[in-house]
Design a protein around this ligand. Structure first.
Ligand code: ZN
Length: 158
């Protein structure tokens, strides 16, 4: 099996059997993001254990509609961030962003991105990059709503 077929299979698998899908409680922030070029939409909630960068992502729940790439990306994103600290999850987000902005020239690191490597093929198609990044942008937005607002008190809580 060649790499493109393998990547396609991973994406299809997440699309058909999305991980962590559905909207759950509790949550501290909810956002709705749209990718107008493709028609993808995602409603996403985050539940963090605290309000600083060391807080753990307890849960990410979402309702995604749209193309297979955007829905699979939400599933993979949830897998990658849940259970990590905000700081570590942000580092993974950055790695995924670098891959997606590399127009197919960046070699994906499976140790960091796990199933996210499957989007390496998508990076060659600028029109689809936004599909793959939609859920990540929503996660970043929702997380920053929880974390940034209490910057001055973050270190005193624990
Ligand atoms: Zn799309």
């Amino acid at each position: 099996m060649d790499l493109d077929s393998l990547y396609q299979e991973i994406i299809l698998d997440h699309y058909k059997h999305p991980h962590h899908a559905g909207l759950r409680e509790p949550y501290q922030a909810e956002v709705h993001h749209v990718n107008p070029t493709c028609g993808d939409e995602v409603t996403l909630r985050v539940h963090l254990s605290g309000r600083d960068a060391d807080a753990v992502v307890e849960d990410v729940s979402y309702d995604a509609e749209g193309c297979s790439i955007s829905q699979a990306a939400a599933s993979v994103m949830a897998d990658l961030v849940i259970g990590r600290t905000v700081k570590d999850a942000s580092a993974v987000h950055q790695e995924f962003l670098t891959l997606m902005q590399g127009r197919g020239t960046v070699e994906p690191d499976e140790d960091v991105l796990e199933d996210g490597i499957a989007f390496a093929g998508v990076a060659k198609f600028p029109a689809r990059v936004k599909c793959a990044l939609l859920a990540w942008m929503a996660w970043k937005d929702a997380t920053s709503q929880v974390v940034d607002h209490d910057e001055n008190t973050t270190k005193e809580q624990s």
